[in-house]
Design a protein. Structure first.
Length: 167
């Protein structure tokens, strides 16, 4: 009996050394989790900052703003991505013209469309065709309809009018 007892004691003594923890694999796991969470993180809606001097209309709409090309239509200018496309002098001509297509705006939107399509092709994604229109509450109806028509003709069929949500 004592022989068996000695054998057990020897086995116990073999495992009695200092155990070191290898944390490299745990750091790898943590890094993967952080990357996964950051990649899948999405905030509610898109932060939209109205252009200076622009008062957006209010609405009870519940849809969330998505990232899109921005057009700002004020009472005397039209801007695309904060660059003036229609200045006050041209704005008056647009109000009086018979055609619905706004030629200078069409050229800029068409250029943005071509660049966005190239980018979508390069990154193997789909071109969304979305555009956000920020229009002042005081803009004339005929300006808004001409801007919307021009957007459609330039390859942006999905238009969203940016508004303030009534609380």
């Amino acid at each position: 009996m004592s022989g068996r007892h000695l054998g057990r004691g020897r086995r116990r003594n073999r495992g009695g050394g200092v155990v070191k923890l290898n944390i490299t694999s745990m750091i790898d796991m943590f890094t993967l989790m952080v990357v996964f969470l950051i990649k899948n993180y999405s905030s509610q809606g898109q932060l939209v900052t109205p252009a200076t001097g622009l008062v957006l209309p209010t609405s009870t709409i519940e849809t969330i703003a998505h990232e899109a090309l921005n057009i700002m239509v004020s009472s005397n200018t039209i801007m695309v991505e904060n660059e003036i496309v229609i200045d006050p002098g041209t704005y008056k001509k647009v109000m009086e013209q018979k055609e619905f297509l706004i030629e200078p705006l069409f050229k800029v939107l068409d250029q943005h469309n071509k660049e966005a399509r190239k980018s979508a092709e390069m990154f193997k994604t789909e071109f969304s065709g979305k555009i956000s229109i920020q229009g002042d509450v005081e803009i004339p109806y005929n300006i808004l309809t001409r801007v919307m028509y021009t957007c459609g003709q330039a390859g942006y069929p999905t238009m969203n009018l940016v508004v303030y949500r009534k609380e």
